[in-house]
Design a protein around this ligand. Sequence first.
Ligand code: ADP
Ligand code: ASP
Ligand code: MG
Length: 413
Amino acid sequence: MALIVQKYGGSSVADGQKIGNVARRVALSAGDNQLVVVVSAMGKTTDGLLALAHQVSPSPDPREMDMLLATGEQVTIALLTMALHALGLRARSLTGFQAAIRTDEAHGKARIKRIDAERVRAALHAGEVAVVAGFQGLSEADEITTLGRGGSDLTAVALAAALKADVCEIYTDVDGVYTADPNIVPEARKLSRIAYDEMLEMASLGARVLQSRSVEFAKKYAVPVHVRSTFKPDPGTLVTREETAMEDVVVTGVTHDRSQAKISILRVPDRPGIAAQVFGSIAERTIVVDMIVQNISRDGYTDISFTLPRRDHARAAAALEEIAKTVGAEGIVHDERVAKVSIVGVGMRSHSGVAAKMFATLARESINIQMISTSEIAVSCVIEDKYTELAVRALHDAFELARERPAERGAHP
Ligand code: ADP
Ligand code: ASP
Ligand code: MG
């Protein structure tokens, strides 16, 4: 008998009928296995709750926001458990609190500190399916917290680690991890395996399919993660330890992120302490900056540009208008219509010329590169948002990602 953690995302439980389908899918696995099922809020519930909060307040209190958002997942656990009962299965719903998911105090992006999971284990020992609310936890001060958007993935992986589950299955609306978002690149190919590091990089560079912190957690505790479709029985993608053969492939995937904005501060005096002042004021507002570019200095002045999440850009721009005056800069310009496209692959560690090929591909499509950043296994370019789809398709084509890589043949999990 195996212990399996399954997670079903929002689109998989979007209405009563879909919850019924999930219940049948759970029933199929429940026969021979111990099962923990983690669920997200139904459909776009979380977006709806966020919008409601902003209707009643321009800056909702973070504690109250978590109190509100956590209700979404609670609806789904109760409904799925009822649906399981209707199929004759024994099942019990548990909130994040009841599953003892303990986090730090950071409302909206809490980190999991430990999971005692006694009640989850008790339910399993009693022969019940444990249906756990994703995305939510409880701080040491017994406040309800949430784990950041897409956080149900993290709940599932963390429970799998705590319970030493045999596998953590992430059921979603695509049947695995693809070489690019299949909703944008029709030729994108499903990967049968992907290394933790590649998946982590793809997730943090915009591939929504797994939340990046869940991949970090999976790597740290060596949790095998299997991404698969809620609607089709086919095998999906196994996220796993790196194997030597994976290095033979230079680029594994192309990702894009359209949630970015760019701000430039023009003609800043080029002297020590200016960058500290500029980015200090951004950090004070807990805004996370991504790429930073400072141009070479001309006649004692320079331009500094950086990217940040689009939702924070109005707040950051207001703060920087002030800073620009204080430090004697000419002013600021901001651009909400930027996107980041990236190529990712562990093989980049041992191959050269990859970045040059990426730049040449974008040039061929007459796409201007505004900013560049690199890591050991990724290269990212900031471009004008309207070229995103064109860029992703061109890169997918140039790196021949639709072609099966040799290391994958016969490797289906
Ligand atoms: P869930 O609600 O199940 O958590 P998400 O919407 O968070 O689902 O994630 C699934 C979506 O991720 C897919 O519909 C797809 O559009 C998107 N996606 C982006 N990049 C990729 C990729 N490389 N492979 C698969 N899906 C991707
Ligand atoms: N419901 C939360 C969200 O929409 C968590 C999740 O779906 O994973 O972000
Ligand atoms: Mg998700």
